[in-house]
Design a protein around this ligand. Structure first.
Ligand code: PA5
Length: 447
C-alpha cells in the first residue's frame, strides 16, 4: 500500500519556499496544541485519534446493523444535514457506480438522503417513490434537535409505520445521536430503536469516521474497515513526531495560510472525476465551518473538471487573481476504456486511437494546471493512487488534520460554528416557535 501524496511546488513562484519553511515552529505549536488538548475548542478533539481507536466490537456492531438494513430494504433513507450526511454521501458517491440508481440487479440498497433541505417538492417526491419500496431509515442528528432532519424524520417514520406496521418499522429505524440529550434520543428510547452514539468530543463535520458515516457506508456495501485503515495510516503519517517536511497535513496547512496572507482568499478544490463532486461538498463544510469566523478565513469553493472548465473555467483563468486551486488527482482509474480507430475518421479523433480515456483526462488535468498557473492561479495537488476505500480514508484524515492545524495558524477556534445559529433564530421567530415570542415581535417589526 502507498500513501496519498501532496505536491506544493506549483505554489512556489507565488509564495516562496522559504516562507513556507518559516511555518515550521508555528505548525509544531499547532500540532502540539491539538495533541495536548490546549488549542481553542479543545473539547472537540475526539476525531484526532479516532481511526486507531475503533475496535472490533464497534465494527461488528456496525456491520451487523448494516446487514439488517441490507437484507430488508430496497432503499435506505439517511436523514441528516451538514456533518450528519455529507461525509457518508461523499464516500458513497465516490465509490459507487456512476449509474447506480439505474442498476436493476442490485447487491445493496439504494441510499438516498432527506433532512438536508426543507424542499416540499423534494420530500413529496421522495415519499411518493417510497410508497412502492421496502425502505429503512438511519436518522442522524448529534444535537437531536435540528429542524430539517426532525421534520423529515416525522414524515418518513409515519410513512414507514403506515406501510410496514409499527413493530416492523421499529426494526428498520436506526438513530445516531447524543448518548442522552435531544429529541431523537428521547424518541429512540421510547420507541426502542437501535442506536449509535455520537461522542460529545466529535463535531458534525469531523464525524464521518464515526457511525454517522460508517453505518450508511456499510449499508451501501463498502468496506468500512479499509476506510478506517486508510485513515489510521494517515493518523500515523501526520502524528506529532513526524517532521514538518514529511507531514503532508502540516505542509498543506502552512501553504494555504501563506497563500491567504498573500491575497489568495478563495481556495477551489478541483476534481477530474465526477463521482468526487460530493467530496468537494464535504471538504467545503469542513473548511468553511471551521475557518470562516472572526471576519477571517479562506472561502472554500469546489469545481468538477473538465465539466466546469466550460463554465467557471473562464473566471478561474482570467477573473480576479484572488484564488488558488487544490487538485485531487487519481493516478490509476478503476477501469480501462480504449478509444477505437475509425477508418473514416469523420470526427478527426484518430490521433487518440489506442489511448485510454484516462490519458486524455490526465492531459486535460496537466494542461489545465499549466494554463491556470500561467494565468496567476497557484496549484496544489493531492494524488491518490486509486479511488477506493483505503485511499479515501487517507484523504479524509489528511484534510481533517490539516484543518485543525490550519485553524490554529489562522487564530480561530476551528471546532465551533456559532454563525450557524443566526438563521435558525430568525426562522423560529418567523414560525412563532414557543419560547421565541420576543424574537417574533422584533423580527415582525422589520418586515
Ligand atoms: O459540523 C456541524 O457541527 C454541523 O454541520 C452539524 O453537523 C449540522 O448542523 C447538523 O447538526 P446535528 O447533527 O446536531 O443535527
Amino acid at each position: 500500500m502507498q500513501n496519498i501524496k501532496l505536491s506544493i511546488d506549483k505554489a512556489f513562484g507565488f509564495i516562496s519556499e522559504q516562507s513556507v519553511a518559516g511555518y515550521k515552529a508555528e505548525v509544531a505549536a499547532a500540532s502540539a496544541a491539538l495533541h495536548n488538548g490546549t488549542c481553542k475548542g479543545s473539547d472537540f478533539l475526539g476525531w484526532l485519534n479516532l481511526p486507531t481507536s475503533i475496535d472490533e466490537a464497534q465494527f461488528a456492531d456496525l456491520e451487523a446493523t448494516a446487514k439488517i438494513l441490507r437484507d430488508n430494504c430496497e432503499v435506505v433513507v439517511v436523514i441528516g444535514i451538514g456533518g450528519s450526511y455529507l461525509g457518508a454521501k461523499a464516500v458513497i458517491d465516490g465509490l459507487s457506480n456512476s449509474f447506480d440508481w439505474l442498476q436493476t440487479e442490485r447487491k445493496s440498497p439504494i441510499v438516498v438522503y432527506a433532512g438536508q433541505n426543507i424542499g416540499e417538492d423534494y420530500l413529496y417526491e421522495l415519499q411518493e417513490l417510497l410508497k412502492t419500496k421496502k425502505f429503512g431509515i438511519i436518522s442522524i442528528s448529534k444535537s437531536g434537535t435540528t429542524t430539517e432532519p426532525a421534520l423529515a424524520f416525522r414524515l418518513l417514520k409515519t410513512q414507514l409505520e403506515e406501510q410496514q406496521g409499527k413493530d416492523a418499522a421499529q426494526k428498520l429505524i436506526v438513530a445516531i445521536t447524543d448518548k442522552s440529550r435531544g429529541a431523537l434520543r428521547t424518541a429512540a428510547t421510547q420507541e426502542g430503536y437501535k442506536t449509535f452514539v455520537i461522542e460529545d468530543s466529535i463535531g458534525g463535520r469531523f464525524s464521518v469516521l464515526t457511525p454517522v458515516g460508517l453505518l450508511p457506508i456499510a449499508v451501501a456495501g463498502f468496506d468500512i474497515r479499509q476506510l478506517v485503515a486508510g485513515a489510521a495510516t494517515m493518523e500515523a503519517a501526520t502524528a506529532l513526531e513526524i517532521p514538518f517536511e514529511d507531514n503532508i497535513s502540516a505542509q498543506y496547512a502552512a501553504v494555504r495560510n501563506e497563500l491567504y496572507k498573500n491575497g489568495k482568499k478563495t481556495e477551489i478544490l478541483v476534481n477530474f472525476h465526477p463521482k468526487l463532486h460530493f467530496f468537494g461538498e464535504w471538504w467545503k463544510q469542513l473548511y468553511g465551518e471551521s475557518e470562516g469566523k472572526d471576519g477571517k478565513g479562506i472561502f472554500p469553493a469546489a469545481v468538477d473538471f473538465t465539466t466546469d472548465l466550460h463554465s467557471m473555467g473562464q473566471w478561474i483563468q482570467e477573473g480576479e487573481r484572488t484564488i488558488f486551486e487544490t487538485v485531487i488527482s487519481i493516478k490509476e482509474s478503476n477501469y480501462t476504456k480504449i478509444f477505437p480507430t475509425s477508418e473514416a475518421n469523420l470526427d478527426g479523433l484518430n490521433f487518440l486511437a489506442g489511448k485510454r480515456v484516462d490519458e486524455v483526462n490526465k492531459m486535460a488535468e496537466l494542461g489545465t494546471m499549466i494554463a491556470h498557473i500561467d494565468g496567476g492561479v497557484p496549484n496544489l495537488k493531492v494524488e491518490l493512487p486509486k479511488l477506493n476505500e483505503y485511499y479515501l480514508g487517507q484523504l479524509i484524515y489528511f484534510f481533517e488534520k490539516a484543518c485543525g492545524i490550519s485553524g490554529y495558524l489562522l487564530g480561530v477556534n476551528a471546532f465551533d460554528q456559532p454563525g450557524v445559529e443566526a438563521y435558525k433564530k430568525n426562522m423560529f421567530a418567523l414560525l412563532e416557535k414557543p419560547g421565541f415570542e420576543a424574537e417574533t415581535k422584533a423580527i415582525k417589526a422589520r418586515i
